[in-house]
Design a protein around this ligand. Sequence first.
Ligand code: PXG
Length: 441
Amino acid sequence: MASSVRTTNAMDAFWMPFTANRRFLKDPRIVKAAKDMHYTTADGRKLLDGTAGLWCVNAGHGRPRIVEAVSTAVAELDYAPSYQFGHPTAFELAGRIASMFPGDLNHVFFTNSGSESVDTALKIALAYHQSRGEGTRTRLIGRERAYHGVGFGGISVGGIATNRRHFGSLLAGVDHLPHTHAPEHNAFSRGQPAWGAHLADDLERLVTLHDASTIAAVIVEPLAGSAGVLPPPKGYLERLRAICDKHGILLIFDEVITAFGRLGAASAAELLGVQPDLVATAKGLTNGTIPMGAVLVDAAIYKSITEAAKTPIEFFHGYTYSGHPVAVAAALATLDTYAEEGLFQRAAELAPYFEDATHALRDLPNVIDIRSMGMVTGIELSPRPGAPSERGFEAMQMAFERGAMIRVTGDTIALSPPFIISKDQIDELFALVAGVIRDLK
Ligand code: PXG
């Protein structure tokens, strides 16, 4: 065939991720700018950001310190490899991040996304057991309804059927804990629900089934976001930790959403007082400005892998952009912004107001559950008979038309605004969402 003559601005050239592409092309939702709490749409309307982008813009948009740091960094050192060479700010950032996490999570492996952080954490867990002469520990345990990104590791331990069913046999030797969504016991929960700690005991069943000597790690989101906002039942994570300890299994927290303030603390691990061996992060690390993730690694794991290595390179893993200097600059400026403005504290202080505002929606039509913790809430709507997700999809569209960006997962509206949101803007957001829910068929 002759060379293509299609115009370069045909919108369908961009195959959009996790998007209803055909619907989008008929009725595109386009934003062209953002500042503080608002996006600006292509037709010049202001949209209140109810989702911090995709749970990442925790400090709000266009923050001057971050913009300036990125501009300066790209002019000074546009790129430098982190394989066998280093540049100063990456070391500084690793130390800064490590100091924000509890216990001996003292080492940081840089990635470019949450998916890469998850796969990196899983690989470190496998390499750790091998380095200790326990190479039979290869099994990874995830959880139903979990979202751990889209790498083959992440979808294997993940528990969302639509994200798995098209992609073959996935990783071998994976099993899953039951999810903790239990509206029959925990409906309209504020913070951690009371019922469900015993669901962690299923790990004992899996140990009996597979034997501890085959199990490397358990990975969970402390608060599951993508599956519709599921805060951990009281005592659940503690119990998982205890069972992991008893059997020599590593506990990985996927804190891609929860790290960097979402629950009103630097991490869920710190807030809830449960110490994981590895933590996957991304999103809020750079306030969403430049892609970057980081895996926090316990000192004993780092030591074991590096000391056991029989080759100069101790761990055969990494990304061209691990510790990218521009991303590093964005992250340092983001952490400065969080610290200077006390934004994690602000999130903690705003959370009760946010919680009251979301639970005020409980008597609206079709609302079957509301779950909240820190600066995140899931408002679950009943699905239309025979048409799951349609009500949620329309809610998102209507909110866009009326002036807010909200996120839906299935029929659950998930709200997770930047922490700079004011109380008036919280009122505005929930009034808008309430109006949408009322007017939805
Ligand atoms: N783990 C968790 C817990 C996540 O929430 C990832 C891993 C993957 O991160 P990357 O950077 O590879 O996308 C995520 C991502 C939503 C939504 O609205 C959530 C995510 C991404 C997009 C949408 O539920 N989380």
